[in-house]
Ligand binder design. Structure first.
Ligand code: KG4
Ligand code: ZN
Length: 376
């Protein structure tokens, strides 16, 4: 298919985890209407997302969410040019709810169908907010399911520099929030961030993970254990959360401080790798995306990273870009990723697809090999 030009309108649907979301977006990037139901309250009592409950909640919300997005946009299904949906990665039974809804609309109204990779949707979202962000750019993707550093070379073309060896940062936030006995009904990350604002980030000296490793990988399991031990030392445990509010706030602030230091450390290594080892002098932006990017601490990080990067003109990494729309899962990112794909002429026949089939075209760099062994 020829790449689409001119103006067109896309409906995007997202049900990969615990948010049922839809949005109608113009190819200019203008959001015409969006709608979302979160499930935080449903899963709060269970210590994590329960797939069966998530699927049921998606199934009961999906029609209404799509209808609301269309109504807000003042657009009927007939007036759409394309329908897009997240096909993976995510919980298969949840993805299927969104897929079937999108497929039905595409087939019933004879619309073009686009399947979307969830991580690519997070990454590309920055260009919906600012279309001056050109490829290639460096990406820190920090969500509930992933923690990765990538070079985005183009739509569907990514180079992976590092990933997590165990937990994602979002997971570490969520688990730490639970261990601290916080109300996670509005999301563990946001709850922990709010508590951390009342604490001293230097109160507890958690070690920065993998400080001696010269690669771009992450690890948060050790930090999570350190948080558990700090809670025990302060007199709390899993069944009896801390009574001492200041101690809890100090633990939250110290956790967050070190978690962000770990990110900074890895980003600096990635920047050096790109510039010095891989000769990528055309990388102009660092884009931080995924749910954890909602955290306010990002600005400090960029300021700490930039001075070490040499010529600021040649390499404007200090522009620490976070998509303006909420960085947590939403329908806009799906619709926008479809705009990007349709401009390249990429679409699919939904009758030939199943949710497992989506893969991100992603080359891996053996960063460890390039940078030398552990401990250097
Ligand atoms: O991208 P996302 O909405 O879903 C996935 O694709 O995983 O990310 C959700 C993650 C959760 O772990 C949540 O705790 C975290 O993003 N998060 C935050 C904040 N808001 C959401 N983490 C830190 N600070 C926040 N303000
Ligand atoms: Zn996500």
């Amino acid at each position: 298919m020829e790449g689409w030009k001119g103006d067109f309108v896309v409906l995007g649907i997202e049900t990969s985890c615990d948010d049922t979301a839809a949005a109608v977006v113009e190819s200019s990037g203008r959001i015409l209407g969006e709608s979302k139901r979160t499930q935080d309250q449903i899963h709060a009592a269970w210590g994590g997302v329960v797939p069966g409950l998530a699927r049921d909640a998606h199934a009961s919300a999906i029609e209404e969410v799509v209808k609301e997005a269309l109504e807000k946009a003042n657009v009927t299904e007939d007036q759409l040019d394309a329908v897009a949906v997240t096909m993976g990665p995510g919980l298969e039974i949840c993805l299927r709810v969104g897929f079937h809804q999108a497929r039905d609309i595409a087939l019933n109204f004879s619309k073009t169908f686009v399947s979307i990779h969830h991580l690519e949707a997070h990454v590309l979202m920055v260009r919906q907010a600012d279309q001056n962000v050109k490829f290639p750019f460096l990406v820190l993707l920090v969500s509930g399911g992933h923690c990765q550093i990538l070079v985005a070379r183009g739509v569907g073309d990514y180079l992976m520099l590092g990933g997590t060896l165990d937990d994602s940062l979002g997971e570490a936030y969520d688990k730490s929030a639970r261990m601290l006995g916080l109300d996670v009904g509005g999301g563990g990350g946001a709850a922990l961030e709010a508590l951390a604002e009342k604490g001293n980030p230097k109160a507890i000296k958690f070690g920065v993970p993998m400080a001696k490793r010269k690669d771009c990988h992450f690890s948060f399991a050790g930090l999570k254990t350190a948080v558990r031990l700090a809670i025990q030392n302060a007199g709390g445990d899993l069944t009896n959360p801390l009574n001492d509010a200041q101690a809890a706030a100090d633990i939250a602030a110290s956790f967050q401080h070190v978690a962000i230091r770990h990110l900074e450390d890895r980003i600096e290594r990635a920047m050096k790798l790109c510039k010095e080892e891989m000769g990528m002098s055309d990388l102009k932006h660092l884009v931080v995306c995924g749910g954890v990017a909602a955290n306010k601490l990002r600005v400090t990080t960029s300021l700490q990273c930039s001075p070490q990067l040499g010529s600021a003109q040649a390499c404007r990494f200090h522009e620490w870009l976070v998509p303006l729309n909420p960085s947590t899962d939403n329908g806009v990112m799906v619709a926008w990723a479809a705009v990007e794909r349709l401009r390249l002429g990429v679409c699919e026949d939904p009758t030939e697809l199943e949710v497992k089939h989506v893969v991100l075209s992603c080359a891996h760099v053996d960063v460890h090999h390039r940078l030398g062994p552990v401990g250097l």
